[in-house]
Design a protein around this ligand. Sequence first.
Ligand SMILES: [Ca+2]
Ligand SMILES: [Ca+2]
Length: 223
Amino acid sequence: MWRILRTAAAAVIIAGTTNNAFASPIFFTSETPFNAALGGATLGLESFESNFTGGVLSVDFDALTVTGDQNLIRTNPSTLATDGTGTIGIIDFNFNGNFMTFSFDSPINAFSLDVLAANDFFSGGNIILGNNNGASQILYSGLLPTSQVSFIGLIDTTTPFSSVTVTTTLSGDGVQYDRLRFGTVDSTPTPVPEPSTMLLFGTGLAAAAYRRWRKAAARAEGD
Ligand SMILES: [Ca+2]
Ligand SMILES: [Ca+2]
């Protein structure tokens, strides 16, 4: 927990030096720090267990809509499922990589997903997580074991987002997804003054001190 807080504080400081006033978004490839960063918030869960229709570009679920660049696939049972028995998947029949966009009925600021069987037959692919605010990061690169559960997460307590896109760039790859968690984290990042703000504050103090000194000096001369 303290490591996360320190990391967040460092991110604030780094953001401040680049005139970027917020620490978020924070990306995760491990569930433990993601869960810690939730601060006790309970997230919604979509595990793709419903008997949805595959073979179409877009599928509507309870709180979100999933859209692929190619037809979505319902796999149930799937040996890769991490919650229940079903997954939602996509295969890169166009041999130019895939994306899958998860659009939420209400804005969220926390998202996680299990990525299954991605980058698992040839090196050179990336798994990229991004949102509709333009935040984006490569979270996995290169050859991964088929059995690997690649956790991806994103929390942005400053700027909520309404959709998330997962892009897998390996040509011809088939990927499945399961255990999508989503919701709102209440925690407010600890405000850390930006260096530019502190500089202005410092300049203001110096100016005030100088004015007091001038007044005192003028009074002294008048005496
Ligand atoms: Ca499932
Ligand atoms: Ca695959």
